[in-house]
Design a protein around this ligand. Structure first.
Ligand code: FAD
Length: 338
């Protein structure tokens, strides 16, 4: 990087996460939050800016302007064509060392969680991970990042007084998607050249599920979720049949992931994903608080549990008390006749 930057205005940065040119919507949610934080800080004086790493991604800057970024740092390099931790982290860290943002926000996605911790280590700053709320502390005028703690029973608000940037990751779907400005909203694109060859280690990217559709649990309209009550991995077949009929996606509680029945990207809850579908079917799920924090905002929750006292019924809109191995096949039969 050759330019000596103007460090005048404080900056809030949002990392734009993209995969093969598809931006993860959490990036826009974070730009909305960054705008709100900037106005809480000092109105117009704080700049909301986006960092866009990748290769062949310049066209995405226009979208970032529509969601409120005034400047996009375009970090384009063939080394960044596919996500890998080290080159991405090195690129963003070097940029941050030069432009010194006050705040750096990253989505708490699989990629974001992996990347944020490396960036924080490289910048020797703190990281508040998996936040559910971001505000400005009224006295200290710094970021107040709130996240669940002690198994989800308490909310902790964490301040980073000393180190910069103040870093936070935020789960997808916990912040609202802001309204986009009309097409044609403009800003400045700053193409940054970094020599990332040293980070270009001979690492091969493995696609774990070749050809499979990306699991987009956070944005699914219908989710058919199962818990320990499924009784074993075979119970998942039943869920998949129901999900297919409803055009939905299968999700699970954490014990099923821990038992190796299904991959972690299906997990909903405190250490999994936050979802807000139109319909959430919870079958054989007790409704522990760590699960509920991830799905309690669903529009319609249908619980199926053989225990009428199961806590899931406290938040369910509809409940069926019964054995899921009888109830779900019956639901499937009924749907097939429609
Ligand atoms: P159980 O609690 O064992 O419930 C099984 C339910 O199935 C029971 O209500 C039972 O009545 C019912 N049942 C049994 N057989 C049948 C049948 N044949 N038909 C109908 N109903 C039946 N959990 C998550 O889900 N997501 C997280 O992200 C998460 N993060 C965690 C983080 C921490 C730090 C900790 C400590 C825990 C976390 N947990 C998480 C685990 C959580 O506390 C619960 O243990 C878990 O959610 C329980 O899963 P479950 O409902 O599948 O199992």
């Amino acid at each position: 990087m050759t330019e000596t930057p103007d460090l005048g205005a404080p900056r809030i940065w949002v990392l734009i996460e993209q995969d093969a040119g598809q931006v993860h919507p959490v990036s826009w949610e974070l730009l909305g939050a960054a705008r709100r934080l900037a106005s809480e800080l000092d109105g117009e004086a704080t700049c909301v800016e986006a960092v866009l790493p990748g290769y062949g991604v310049r066209h995405l800057a226009a979208e970032a302007f529509r969601y409120g970024a005034s400047r996009v740092y375009l970090l384009e390099d063939p080394v960044l064509a596919l996500y890998r931790n080290l080159p991405y982290a090195l690129g963003v860290s070097r940029l941050a060392q030069t432009y010194r943002p006050e705040i750096l926000l990253i989505g708490a996605t699989t990629l974001g969680r992996d990347l944020a911790s490396t960036i924080a280590t490289q910048l020797e700053t703190g990281l508040t991970a998996d936040c559910t709320e971001l505000t400005i502390d009224p006295k200290l005028r710094i970021l107040a990042a709130t996240r669940p703690t002690f198994g989800g029973n308490l909310m902790a608000t964490i301040l980073c007084r000393k180190h910069r940037p103040q870093m936070a990751t935020v789960r997808p779907r916990v912040l609202p998607l802001p309204e986009a400005l009309p097409r044609g909203a403009t800003g400045e694109i700053l193409a940054v050249e970094l020599d990332l060859r040293e980070a270009d280690l001979p690492v091969r990217r493995l696609r774990l599920i070749p050809g499979a559709e990306r699991l987009n649990l956070e944005h699914a309209q219908v989710i058919v979720a199962g818990g320990r009550g499924l009784g074993g991995p075979d119970g998942l077949t039943l869920l998949r049949q129901l999900a297919d009929l409803l055009g939905g996606i299968v999700a699970v509680t954490r014990p099923l992931v821990d038992a190796g029945w299904i991959s972690a990207d299906h997990q909903v809850g405190q250490t999994g994903k936050t979802v807000r579908p139109k319909l959430y079917i919870a079958a054989g799920i007790s409704g522990a608080v760590q699960h509920r924090v991830g799905m309690g905002d669903a529009n319609l929750i249908l619980a199926i549990n053989r225990d009428p006292e199961a806590p899931i019924f406290q938040i369910a809109h509809l409940g069926i008390v019964g054995d899921l191995h009888e109830v779900i096949p019956e639901l499937i039969r009924q749907l097939q006749t429609l």
